[in-house]
Design a binder for this molecule. Structure first.
Ligand SMILES: NC(=O)c1ccc[n+]([C@@H]2O[C@H](COP(=O)([O-])OP(=O)(O)OC[C@H]3O[C@@H](n4cnc5c(N)ncnc54)[C@H](O)[C@@H]3O)[C@@H](O)[C@H]2O)c1
Length: 352
């Protein structure tokens, strides 16, 4: 595709989105990067403090389910491309409140597809990139990997909503010729992740010497990817991917939850100067999550072979970097858990 220069990134104040926005704002000074985010509990502009004054960066607070606002935004900015990450992303919340997942992840995606379709003329040089998850593929046994050809088999309201949006994105490619790409990625970890997710939750609890809740028998297996490796993969696929194609992204880095938590406990004991083994004593096994998928594992060889991407950071190094970041940014942790970052937004972006 041709080099696009005005790019809409949705969900750019979230965990992965903020890493992607930072990467693109710094790497492409000639692009215009527009970050659109509704700033739900998971969105935090503090994540982007270091780049918020850059001339090639604009933030817009809006909801992707607001069709009029999205049509207007496309009319004003004349986007060349869109990288769509805005979503409700937490599986446990999808079990207690599925409807918000349907609204944002499915309806919101269709609103954006419609805005792109109606503003992008003959579509030449345009790109609609949908960022998705490996959870759409369902669950694996002890062996095997998800490939791009694995049949969809989502089990949670979250993964079902992401699977629906993937199907709709593909439908706009086949039905209207909209130039789309999709990537399906495994579990991300690293700085700025909201502390409801496994690693920051455990780090926060270890800090406060609170119990470490591990679901079921702890033998659920996930592939883990350093978030900046994911952001680099998205940048590469956005520029070099082929329209209509799907790319799996993974770290080739499988861990059983309990082994990952053990490893984290040991790193935290070391960083906090606590006696070896003391954090492991905080582990408590709790009632399993309903419909919990046993194992996810990604075959990312298509991305590696066709576009030359591979993860740069492996888990041992990434875990240490993650734990250190949270310990050095306890103020961030306190603020996102107290909601004080909303005040930051008001101060920064509301005119008198
Ligand atoms: N975190 C992972 O491990 C992972 C793995 C694979 C794929 N993904 C996908 O990557 C994307 C980003 O995930 P994340 O972990 O950064 O999520 P996140 O929850 O940290 O961030 C989501 C962002 O979307 C925003 N948002 C939510 N609803 C919105 C709406 N209606 N309008 C506008 N903005 C809205 C939130 O304010 C937040 O900033 C999601 O689409 C997710 O499905 C995540």
């Amino acid at each position: 595709m041709s080099t696009s220069n005005t790019i809409l990134i949705t969900g750019g104040a979230g965990f992965i989105g903020s890493h992607l926005v930072r990467l693109m704002v710094n790497k492409y000074p000639d692009y215009k990067i527009v970050n659109l985010d509704a700033l739900t509990y998971a969105g935090n502009l503090e994540n982007l403090k270091d780049i918020e004054d850059k001339p090639n960066y604009t933030f817009v607070k809006a909801d992707i389910t607001d069709a009029d606002a999205m049509q207007e935004l496309f009319a004003v900015h004349q986007f060349d491309g869109l990288i769509h990450l805005a979503a409700e992303s937490h599986v446990d919340r999808s079990i207690s409140n599925p409807m918000s997942f349907i609204e944002t992840n499915i309806v919101g995606t269709v609103v954006l597809l419609n805005a792109a379709r109606s503003h992008w003329g003959d579509f030449s040089g345009k790109r609609f990139y949908h960022v998705s998850t490996d959870e759409v593929y369902g669950t694996l046994g002890e062996t095997g990997f998800f490939t791009e050809d694995t049949a969809y088999d989502p089990r949670s309201p979250y993964s079902a909503s992401k699977a629906s949006s993937d199907h709709l994105v593909r439908a706009y490619y086949h039905t209207y010729g909209l130039p789309v790409v999709i990537s399906n990625c495994s579990n991300n970890y690293g700085p700025y992740q909201f502390p409801e997710k496994l690693l920051p939750l455990m780090i926060n609890n270890i800090r406060h010497e609170k119990p470490l809740p591990v679901y079921g028998d702890g033998k659920y297996t996930r592939d883990w990817l350093w978030v900046e490796d994911h952001a680099e993969a998205i940048d590469l696929i956005y520029h070099k991917g082929v329209n209509g194609e799907t790319y799996n992204i993974g770290g080739n880095n499988e861990w059983k939850n309990i082994d990952l938590v053990h490893q984290l406990c040991d790193v935290m004991d070391e960083l906090l100067g606590r006696a070896a083994g003391s954090s492991r004593e905080l582990i408590t096994f709790v009632k399993d999550r309903p419909g919990h998928d046993r194992r996810y594992a990604i075959d990312a060889s298509k991305l590696q072979n066709e576009l030359g991407w591979g993860p740069k950071i492996q888990a041992e190094e990434g875990l240490r970097k993650t734990a250190s970041w949270y310990l050095e940014n306890t103020g961030w942790l306190e603020r996102v858990t107290s909601g004080a970052y909303q005040e930051y937004y008001e101060k920064q972006y509301t005119e008198d």
